[in-house]
Design a protein around this ligand. Structure first.
Ligand SMILES: Cc1ncc(COP(=O)(O)O)c(C=O)c1O
Length: 397
């Protein structure tokens, strides 16, 4: 597969075996063009942004702001605040919008399948402001209970929902969720950390109010992400981090703020990371993401079926739009033991609670093994994974 050549890390061996990287839902690998773009910035253009008039500062500013331009065009969005990742983007909504717009007794609707980063900020706000949190349950078929969802909206000001579960791979019925929320005059925040790597989302058409995601799950660098915001909602938000770059004027009596996205980007931003993310967008724009996703969900479905045939419990349904993520639990081999045994054969998988403890509790488990597939994974790797897993279960199961 030609695109594998773009990823130097895929050439390495792990424990004497070729690396088979199946931990893509945690973070994806970076193509050489991303590494080169970041290295070139530090080698040739390193300077701070938005401040000095010298040539390097101009190049750095242009590189950083180009990332915002790419975000807006890739997602068709009016406002794109650059954050450190999905987590900071959600915290920005909690502090920047929640504190300015919520009062005691208001309701936030969450789901049982949220990542901790879409639960904990709301719990903190609930404690501080007396906001009520309501959780939509997950049914036995791994989908959200949409009847409970519709019934939860009375008094709701915000609905927070994950685009695609990082554990189940289930892609939620977002169009329906957004429609029902807006009928009830609640805003909607989409945690799209696992959605954007596979799905070219048109934010305007989608009609969500906020969308949070991270670069590192779509071949970009760690430490950078974004929050897309609808224009009229953007105007109702207040900054929660103060400092350089976000102000218009400062006197000893007080400050005024910038009116654009900079007001939410206090301090020196993630310049090299923004330049690297741009290179990742450029690299990805050459691919047919829809076709790639079809291939990857096909691989995930095949792996899930093989696991079930080995009496391993699989959590997920692997429908056409779901994420290429297979979470599973062997009846007798401990998840960490299984991951170590796989690592010894070159396979990288994730274990643990996947930052989704309420979801794992819902299914009565505390840990699962997760294999997640991305653009450079092949059916051949999946087949080798199953061969090794069969061997391990025969020896140790
Ligand atoms: C669904 C989901 N939401 C949020 C996050 C948090 O992303 P980050 O750690 O990049 O902020 C993740 C990362 O695993 C995720 O999978």
């Amino acid at each position: 597969m030609a695109l594998r050549d773009d990823f130097p890390i895929l050439k390495r061996e792990v424990n004497g075996h070729p690396l088979v990287y199946l931990d893509n839902a945690a973070t994806t690998q970076k193509p050489q063009v991303v590494l080169d773009a970041m290295n070139d910035y530090y080698t040739l253009s390193n300077a701070n942004v938005h401040r000095a008039v010298h040539t390097l500062a101009g190049e750095a500013t242009e590189g950083y702001e180009l990332c915002r331009t790419r975000l807006k065009s890739w997602f068709n969005a009016e406002r794109a605040v650059i954050t450190s990742g999905t987590t900071e983007a959600i915290n920005l909504v909690a502090h920047g919008w929640g504190r300015a717009n919520l009062k005691s007794g208001d309701v936030i609707v969450l789901t049982e399948m949220e990542h901790h980063s879409d639960i904990v900020p709301w719990q903190m706000l609930a404690e501080e402001r007396g906001v009520e949190l309501r959780y939509v349950p997950v049914l036995d078929d791994f989908t959200l209970d949409m009847d409970v969802y519709a019934a939860s909206l009375e008094g709701a000001k915000l609905v927070c929902v994950v685009h695609t579960s990082n554990v189940l791979g289930v892609r939620n019925p977002l169009e329906e969720i957004i429609g029902i929320a807006h009928e009830n005059e609640a805003l909607v925040l989409i945690d799209a950390a696992q959605g954007v790597p596979h799905d070219r989302i048109d934010f305007k058409q989608f009609d969500a109010d906020f969308m949070a995601f991270s670069a590192h799950k779509m071949c970009g660098p760690t430490g950078i992400g974004a929050l897309l915001i609808k224009e009229e909602v953007f105007q109702t938000m207040q900054p929660f981090m103060g400092g350089g770059d976000m102000i218009s004027t400062v006197t000893t009596e007080g400050s005024t703020y910038q009116t654009n996205e900079h007001k939410f980007e206090a301090g020196t931003p993630k310049i090299a990371e923004a330049i690297g993310w741009c290179a990742a967008f450029d690299w990805m724009s050459k691919l047919d993401l829809e076709k790639e996703h079809e291939r990857l969900i096909g691989i995930a479905r095949w792996v899930a079926d093989e696991l079930r045939s080995m009496d391993i419990t699989v959590y997920g349904r692997h429908g056409p739009k779901d994420g290429a993520v297979v979470s599973f639990l062997h009846p007798t081999i401990h998840t960490e033991d299984l991951a170590h045994l796989l690592d010894a054969r070159g396979f990288a998988v994730r274990t643990g609670h996947h930052c989704a403890q309420p979801l794992l509790n819902r299914f009565g488990i505390s840990s699962a093994v997760r294999a997640s597939f991305y653009l450079y994974n092949t059916m051949d790797e999946a087949q080798r994974f199953i061969v090794q897993l069969r061997d391990i279960t025969e020896r140790f199961g």
